[in-house]
Structures are given as structure tokens and as C-alpha cells.
Design a protein around this ligand. Sequence first.
Ligand code: AGP
Length: 604
Amino acid sequence: MCGIIGFSGNLEAAPVLVAGLEQLEYRGYDSAGIAVQSAKGVKTAKTVGNVSVLKEKIKEETFEGSCGIGHTRWATHGGVSEENAHPHRFGKVTLIHNGIIENYKEIWEEYGAGKTLASQTDTEIAAALFDALYEGKPEETIRKAVKLLEGSYAFCIMFEGVPDTVYCIRKVSPLVAARAKEGSFVASDVTALIAYTQDYFVLPEDTILVLKKEELYLEDLQGRRVEPEMLHVNWDTTAAQKNGYPHYMIKEIHEQPEALHNTIAPRMKAGIPDFEVDKIPDRIFKEINQIKIVACGTAMHAGMVGKVLIEKRVRIPVAVEIASEFRYQNPIIDEKTLVIVISQSGETIDTLASLRLAKSEGACTLGIVNVKGSTIARESDYVLYTHAGPEIAVASTKAYTVQIAALVMLAMRMAYVRGKLDEAGMKKDYELLKSSVEALKLSLTLEETIKELTYALTDKEDLFFIGRGIDYALSCEGSIKLKEISYIHSEAYAAGELKHGTISLITEGVPVIAIATQESVYAKMISNIREVKARGALVILITQEDMEAEEAIYDYHLTIPKLPDEFTPIPTAVILQLIAYYTSVHRGLNVDQPRNLAKSVTVE
Ligand code: AGP
């Protein structure tokens, strides 16, 4: 999960590359670098730290040339250091890479004899391979090299003696490309291209892309020209900017009403969900006898909400699987299984591998994906795009709530197709879905209250989220949000499970965020809250507005409007997002780019 960019055109390359890296920085920010090609050769600059550190480093330098490559790194193979930063040069080859070369040792044993490496990266070994194979014909070199490389890669390569040209090839790791009046562009995702064009294409795997000043073209591994399948993105550069907000995360939290509208409205016809526009036929819902929802992180937490929604309406078993586990557990799936993979980026490698496994077992696969044209979207049998727009902050917010909305609509349609819900029932559910979006807007008005109460969490080092039923799924989401951006250790617990061990950790002042929106188990939740309060917990209670709670059992009480139990997640999620956001802000941390993380996990 690094950000890579390549350019060849009629602008000075260095500023183009740096600006592109700033748009890609959410993909990784351990180190950054550029390499620019001119008649005098290739000039490289790289540094530990994010793109702003690189900008500072090169501001006094001159980079002649209108062709180059740039990279912002999330360290995988080799620690965070300047020598491990990309671009890497070996002999006549300069390249950048996103992915992992798994057979780097064998490659080095075969092609590194008598040579030395300047870094501890698999990428430099790949550069050495390209260099060893290079005899003045770049495409031929690439064709030979990719037969030898194992693992995942997106390479942008410049060869000595071939001016103003960048060569690219990918396998698993993403690359998109475009031609604009300024020249030819390639990048990890479209956010780096949007300043120049909204028309782009995804580079097919095992296809060589050649970027030149006046043209770009694609060749397959047999040297035949390939025509790209053009895509159009319907948002502009402002969508990928902060637009006056202090952080992308708070901007994206506030974009949720629009994101939800854009995701729901196109699928609603006369008050019932209709996936004709998505080319998802009803028949895929008819014969299935089980559903597996497979995802990672927040997307998996959305799947946990989806399980409750679908099982309640459709009455078939739904299992939520962690993708990195599912892909290795020889799952019991077949042609009567619907596998729903959820992914904001559409590039998460464990989710992609699970998708491929599900297809190989004959299951029907449906992707819920936010990035158009992403690998998971393209490889799923069917795809239900969420329309949240670009999500830049590492902590996922609007992507999560639109995933829930997509799952609500799927549950409604499945139940209708299988005779478990009539049109009247669907129309009622649609109204409730709209009510939950309205309730989310009310949750946003709690921002100042939450900003104040989170000062009480600023110096805490441990925190617990507890909930029952769907509120346990929300507890899991609240916990990951808080952990990943505030660095406070937190755990999510099924409230009924707390007294089977973990309650021993509840002592004076330990914060417990008790999510108690479920009418069906509210009395039991209150008992669990009493148990932690009795041991001195600092309780932040979240309930529906009409739920009684004596003041003795909480320190802070936040409410959402009254809704049926299964429609509470969307407004509840915003409260949890704001708690995490302001706790991180009060702790003075980098909310959008938390340590050790990156936006899209495209390595295993
Ligand atoms: C969410 O806040 C995290 N950044 C992370 O858990 C994320 O949801 C996970 O990596 C899955 O990403 P995806 O939706 O792009 O597949």
C-alpha cells in the first residue's frame, strides 16, 4: 500500500510528481522520493518522512526534465530509512514499486552475484533483475522479468538511453492511467490524476503501459497493442481536498448525509430497492442457502451489521468472516453460497484473495465497493458500488455508513425476492432507512458536546466499548476507530461477556462506552452498565432518546432519535466517529495519517 505516480509530458516533472504524491500520501507516508529524467540522466531525491519533508528537501534543488516517477512508501520489506525509500536505481534502471516480491532471495541468488545492494528492499532486487536483463529493449526486458517475479507489483520504470519514457506493469497492486493535454499519467489511484482529467483507465494485469510525452499505449506480453477500457469519475479535485476542514476525517464525517443519499437514491424506485442499474439480477438471491460476508477492519464491521439485517429478514445463515482468515480456512462454500465481499478501496489483498477463492469454489460473488474500477469491483461477479466519493482519511467513516446502507437495501431486496417481505414492507423499511439518515444528521449536531466530553478521555490509556446484538458490532467499529487514530488501547466486548473475565480490568476511572440502543436487550444492558459503574468506570452511555437511564449509572449520556433496533447503526456510528476524532485531536495526533497505517492494505 504505497502511492506511486509516473508522468511524461509538457510540464516540468518534479512539481507534477510531488503534487501527485500529496494526493496519494494516504496510501503510505513512511518515506517519499522522486526521480526525474533529463538529457543529463536521472536525478533522484528521497527522504524519510512524508511528502512535505521531501518538498522541503528539494525546494532549493533544480530538477530538469518533464518525465519522472514518484513514490510515497508504507514500509513492508525493509525498515523505514532513506536508503530503503523509493525510487531505487540499479545500473541502467530506475524504478518504483508497490507490492511485495516473494521470491526476492532466489532472484538475488540468480542475478546478484558479485553485486551489492544499497538497501534492504525487495524492490532494489527487482531493479537489479530488470538491469541484468536489459539489452536496450525495455518491453522485452519487462516481458522476461515478469516471468521470473513472484508476488505482487505495480512498477514504474525508467531505462537509461530511453528518454522521456516511463514503462509500467502491474500484478495485483493497482495502477490507473490517463492521457491529458499536459501529457501521460499513471498512478496508484485516480485521486492523483483528477487535477488533469476525469477520464482514465485501469491498467490490466500483465499489460505493459508505455508513457511518452505525446502518447501512451498498452501492449500485452506478446507485444500486441491493447485498447484500454475507459472509465469516468464524476467528482473533481475539490472532492479530494479538505475544503476548509482541519482534517479529511472530519470532512468525510460531515459528508455522510450526501454520501448516503448518493448511494441510496439511485437504487430506490417507488420506495423499493431495485438493483437493475447495477445489473444485479434477483435470481442470485433466490436459490442461495447461506451467505458469507468477507472483509477486513471497518468493512468487516459493516458486515457484522449486515448479518443482523439479513438474518432478521431473509432467515438464512449469514456468517461474517475476517478475510485474512477466510482465505486459509478451506471454507465450506459452493454454488448455493452468496459471498459478499466488502471493501472501500477495492484493493485489499486479503479480501481480493478471498473473492478469488470463493469464485474458484463456485460461489456467487457480490462486491460492495467504493472505488470504481478497482480490482475487487472488476473481479466480483456482481458489484454494488457505494457512492461515498473519495475517502482520504485512513480512518474509514463515510465508507462504513454507506456500506451499511447498501446492506440494508440488499436485505430488503433479498427478502422481497424470497417472499419474506412484500412491497409494503419494503416501503416501510425504506422510510426507516431514510429516518436513520435523518437521525445521522442529528448525531452530527452533537459534535460540540462530544468535543467537550472527550477531554475526559485524553489521558486515558485503556478504554472499553460494550454492547449487545447489533450494538456489539458498533462496539467493534467504535473500538477500531478510537485505537487507530488516538492510540488508546481499547477493546470491544459483548456486554454479557464482560463478567467472564475482562471486568477484572474495570477499575476507578476506566472509561466504558456503553452502546445501549437495542430495545430488545436494554434491561440487560443496564445491568451490565451497573456492574461496571459499581467498579468505578467512567461511563459514556449511548441510547435512543426515549430510553430511561438513571443518572447514577453514567457520566455522560448521548442519544439518537427513536428507531427500530436494526436501524440504529448509522446514527450511532457518527457518535463513535466523533468520539474517536476529537480524542485524537485533543491528544495532538495526526488524525488523517496515523502511525504505522495506510489507507489501503494491498500487501499481506
Ligand atoms: C478503517 O478505519 C481502517 N482504516 C481499516 O480497517 C479498513 O477498513 C480496512 O483496511 C479495509 O479496507 P477496505 O475497505 O479498503 O478493504
